[in-house]
Ligand binder design. Structure first.
Ligand SMILES: C[S@@+](CC[C@H](N)C(=O)[O-])C[C@H]1O[C@@H](n2cnc3c(N)ncnc32)[C@H](O)[C@@H]1O
Length: 217
């Protein structure tokens, strides 16, 4: 059984995708599920431990390529969909920048950064992609954003870059829970006596923003 997060990642793979790369595959559960769906898969990791796990778990399948490599370094040119999940936003941006030439054949990108999500959205919209779908979810008290980017053009507002256009439209239960947690945290931080004036202003601004998001529901 895949967790809610892993099955959400798999659910964003378009039906039309034929050759899918899972970069930083680690446990190999996502490629395994895709192989069961008869997809062709490239699974890679840049560390020897996870690479050995991938080899052990996946090598009995026909349509698999397992690779010990960093980012897009060994990516075949006929891959049409890349999955980059469970990595920091700056690691993802580094992979996209270093493997920039591969963006020409990557029709779909499924991306879930732990951090710097807004920066990743801005980079991809500047470089020929649009957001097709987004999933916001909470698993074991951690909030995740999973996005499907497709080739195309899109303009977003400042708020949409920050929170995600589909996430803002849907405002699901987990996102509302996230807003309440943010408000609670800001209130706690505002009680800190040594807070600078600038920081206090930033926190108050964020507080109003999160309140406004709640009012829109
Ligand atoms: C936290 S795991 C995420 C596993 C899986 N993608 C998921 O979402 O559950 C991150 C994995 O990415 C690998 N990794 C980190 N940087 C990488 C890079 N530049 N290229 C390939 N793999 C990388 C790590 O070795 C680790 O196995």
């Amino acid at each position: 059984m895949l967790s809610k997060r892993l099955s959400s990642i798999v659910s964003l793979v378009p039906k039309t995708a034929q050759f899918i790369a899972d970069i930083g595959s680690d446990h190999g559960l996502v490629p395994l599920e895709l192989l069961k769906q008869n997809k062709r898969v490239f699974a890679s990791d840049n560390k020897i431990g996870p690479y050995e796990i991938l080899n052990k778990c996946l090598s009995s399948y026909e349509n698999i390529m397992v690779s010990l490599s960093s980012g897009f370094d060994a990516l075949p040119n006929d891959v049409d969909t890349a999955i980059l999940t469970g990595l920091g936003g700056h690691v993802i941006l580094d992979i996209l920048n270093k493997g920039y030439m591969h963006l020409s054949h990557l029709e779909n990108l499924i991306i879930s950064p732990h951090s710097n999500i807004e920066e990743v959205r801005r980079f991809l919209l500047k470089n020929g992609y649009r957001i097709d779908q987004e999933i916001f979810l909470k698993e074991e008290d951690i909030y995740y954003v999973i996005m499907l980017f497709k080739k195309g053009h899109q303009e977003l507002s400042t708020l949409e870059y920050r929170f995600g256009p589909c996430i803002l439209k849907e405002k699901n239960e987990d996102f509302i829970d996230f807003i309440y947690k943010k408000l609670e945290n800001i209130q706690y931080l505002l009680n800190e006596k040594s807070l600078s004036k600038k920081r206090k202003e930033e926190l108050n601004k964020d507080y109003l923003l999160y309140k406004e998001l709640l009012n829109e529901i």
